[in-house]
Design a protein around this ligand. Structure first.
Ligand SMILES: *Cc1c(COP(=O)(O)O)cnc(C)c1O
Length: 233
């Protein structure tokens, strides 16, 4: 497992996808998803130039954030897992971004709990774009109401949308979900021109090319950088 080489390969894939889609490479950022991986793996990615990392589990994420703070390594941390309201304080106090916001109540808690000496917490609204049985994310029709609610919270900064489409091998189905997200994203930008809506977080190791073709500005890549995850421990 060579994390540096893997990162280079992913960067090349992103570059190719951007070329194919006639997009500028600097418009697509790479979030390295480090859940279940040790700090040594994150350090290797850091040494290869990676700065943005995503974590799914609050406690695990906070331990890593504190480790790198103690070592004066400046990273940007994104929370990308489901959040129970009793854990919101840890996210508000430690993370830079929260990508899975799907309830006004959690937004209020994060806003109240964000330390005032920190910059506002960047947030993305999670849209339940294809998997109606999943509990994560809101339905597209609910997007604008939640966005307007977040807009009025001074310690949150609404930056855009995030989605985890249902996994599928069917490229058309994949693109269909991504295109719907692109339309919602444009709708959000037009509806709230006073907000800095610049982030559409979609695309993982298996579908980043299609996501970039459909306007993704942030791909979230775990396996292709760090290898398969071991959940047995
Ligand atoms: C785990 C995870 C990823 C990364 O998935 P890979 O297939 O390993 O690239 C991306 N986004 C979210 C929300 C995840 O939970």
């Amino acid at each position: 497992m060579n994390i540096q080489q893997n990162l280079q390969q992913v960067q090349q894939q992103i570059q190719q996808a951007c070329q194919q889609a006639n997009r500028t490479i600097s418009d697509v950022s790479l979030l390295a998803v480090s859940k279940t991986k040790p700090v040594e793996a994150i350090l290797q990615a850091y040494q290869a130039g990676q700065r943005q990392f995503g974590e799914n589990y609050v406690q695990e994420g906070v331990e890593k954030i504190e480790y790198f703070e103690r070592h004066n390594v400046d990273l940007e941390w994104h929370f990308i897992g489901p959040l129970q309201s009793n854990k919101s304080r840890l996210v508000a106090e430690h993370f830079d971004w929260m990508q899975t916001l799907d309830r006004a109540k959690i937004a209020d808690r994060l806003n109240d709990q964000r330390p005032h000496y920190k910059k506002p917490l960047n947030v993305l609204i999670q849209i339940n774009i294809s998997d109606e049985s999943s509990k994560s994310g809101i339905q597209p029709v609910e997007m604008l109401d939640l966005a307007k609610h977040i807009k009025n919270l001074p310690h949150l900064c609404l930056r855009g949308l995030m989605a985890i489409p249902a996994p599928t091998d069917d490229i058309h189905q994949q693109k269909h979900a991504f295109m719907q997200m692109q339309q919602l994203f444009q709708q959000l930008q037009c509806s709230l021109p006073e907000c800095q809506i610049d982030t559409l977080s979609m695309g993982m190791s298996d579908d980043l090319t299609a996501a970039i073709e459909c306007g993704s500005t942030m791909v979230r890549i775990g396996t292709a950088i760090f290898g398969a995850r071991d959940y047995s421990k």
